[in-house]
Design a protein around this ligand. Structure first.
Ligand SMILES: NC(=O)c1ccc[n+]([C@@H]2O[C@H](COP(=O)([O-])OP(=O)(O)OC[C@H]3O[C@@H](n4cnc5c(N)ncnc54)[C@H](O)[C@@H]3O)[C@@H](O)[C@H]2O)c1
Length: 455
């Protein structure tokens, strides 16, 4: 029975996997090339910011150690999970250089190991990458043969930042891409012991698993874009309300309500790039990828659509505040953030923009350069703002009252991208409330509809 696991790469995903595995009774050795990450783990501290990571690491400190030596990890464990970066390259594919480096180190360690060992790649890669881009590195460095001397699996995780440990321990399903049955058996056994509830385990070829990973993310992004298209439509239909429509169609079991709340586009470190990568794959293998390209382009267009929509509400040179600069609530990550994109598009159109986010101040400052300001508090952001755009449904923003937005001003325009503010804000006589996804001019919308049928 496998008791000892190594985790290579102690970043946003790897560190939480290590903590989660330790919490389920495994002895876990973490490996990272960054000494700061290794030191943090050995001190029982979180190397990255993630919900409960500090707490779980501290509680299971006796089950965890970390090292910069891949060899120490391989020799001290039965199975190694590799979760190092696979950044997007200029073609839209995922770069393999970090994984190659890790596999080369693991291969050298395998050369010195007598027993059977399984290597599991968790980093996101495209179909073919594991077998053709990475396995040869392991075999060359180890001088051993996959299937005979060691095992290999591709097994990505389906987690969301902010709930990584929870999602890792209680997944909807475990995806096992196996080189052979023996490799898959070992991984399935570990998965079943890690999961808090009996998991659905989907076993398949490595290539099918590589495709399933990005296909799932890409499918979710299409659902988001569909909801955003509905939101745009509802703004143009008399009485239109995207939440009413989404609640209805989301009740159908073929659709479901998750990721169907129209508002802003998809963002963050995974969704946008996985979609682009799947489009790249289609192009390379000769499949039609128009849907993926259109989805990506549509998502990219949302910030400018909203800037155009709010332009009539602002005079040039007036101050606009953007509340929410991370890509989702409770996150410090600004990669592909819609709040940042919107702030930059508004600044570009001549507004003086000041943003605020409870966690993403540093990231937003870097993204803005000198094009927009970042305030240290909500009050500072709102003080001079004639227009406020709320881009995430953060609890702190939802708790704001009309008086907080108004301050000493006579009036304020508020764009509520997720329709998340208290109804008293929308109803306040000094507030011009502009929700995305709802019609705010029924007469105009009626006229447009009527013209379709009477002309
Ligand atoms: N973060 C997510 O939400 C998420 C979700 C699903 C999949 N993924 C995938 O997981 C992979 C890792 O993502 P992340 O967000 O955790 O990355 P990250 O940048 O937060 O962390 C990667 C870690 O790997 C370390 N590292 C790099 N090369 C190494 C090597 N040779 N040996 C040991 N350590 C090494 C880095 O120092 C860093 O600590 C990527 O392929 C990503 O696409 C991430």
């Amino acid at each position: 029975m496998i008791q000892s696991i190594s985790v290579v790469g102690l970043g946003k995903l790897g560190a939480s996997m290590l903590a989660g595995m330790a919490s389920r009774g495994f002895d876990v050795i973490g490996v990272d090339i960054a000494e700061s990450a290794v030191r943090a783990v050995n001190e029982g501290c979180a190397p990255v910011q993630e919900t409960d990571l500090d707490k779980v690491l501290a509680a299971h400190r006796d089950k965890v150690r970390a090292t910069t030596s891949h060899e120490e990890a391989v020799l001290g464990s039965d199975i190694s999970f590799v979760i190092v970066p696979t950044p997007t390259d200029s073609r839209g594919a995922f770069e393999l250089q970090y994984v190659r480096f890790a596999f080369e180190r693991l291969g050298r360690a395998l050369a010195r190991k007598d027993g059977y060992h399984v290597v599991v790649l968790t980093s996101t890669v495209l179909p073919g990458a594991t077998r053709h881009g990475l396995l040869p590195v392991l075999e060359a460095a180890s001088g051993k043969e996959c299937g005979k001397d060691f095992g290999l699996c591709y097994s990505p995780e389906f987690i969301a930042l902010g709930s990584v440990i929870h999602d890792f321990l209680d997944p909807d399903f475990c995806l096992v891409g196996e080189f052979d049955r023996r490799s898959g058996d070992a991984l399935e056994e570990v998965n079943r012991r890690i999961c808090l509830r009996e998991p659905v385990v989907r076993r398949m070829s490595i290539e099918n698993a590589e495709l399933a990973k990005i296909a799932l993310n890409s499918y979710v992004t299409m659902k988001i874009s569909f909801a955003n298209t509905l939101a745009d439509l509802c703004e143009r239909i008399p009485g239109g309300d995207v939440d009413v429509v989404s609640d209805a169609i989301g009740s159908d079991s073929r659709i479901g309500r998750k990721y169907l709340t129209g508002g802003l586009g998809f963002a963050g470190p995974c969704f946008p790039r996985d979609n682009v990568a799947l489009g790249f794959l289609c192009e390379q293998v000769g499949a039609k990828g128009n849907l993926l390209v259109a989805n990506h382009d549509y998502n990219k267009s949302i910030a400018s659509r909203i800037t155009t929509k709010i332009a009539p509400h602002v005079e040039k040179g007036r101050t606009a505040a953007v509340l929410g600069l991370s890509y989702k609530p409770l996150s410090h990550v600004v990669e592909e953030s819609q709040g940042v994109a919107l702030a930059l598009a508004m600044a570009e159109s001549g507004m003086r923009v000041i943003g605020y986010d409870p966690l993403a101040t540093d990231g937003a400052r870097n993204a803005f350069r000198d094009k927009a300001l970042v305030a240290e508090s909500i009050d500072a952001a709102l003080a001079d703002a004639a227009l406020v755009v709320v881009t995430t449904a953060d609890a702190r923003f939802r708790a704001l009252k009309a008086e907080d937005f108004l301050g000493s001003k006579e009036s304020v325009t508020i764009v509520d991208c997720w329709r998340c503010l208290d109804p008293s804000v929308a109803d306040h006589p000094q507030v011009d409330y502009v929700p995305l996804g709802r019609c705010v001019d029924d007469a105009l919308a009626s006229g447009v509809l009527e013209a379709i049928w009477t002309n």
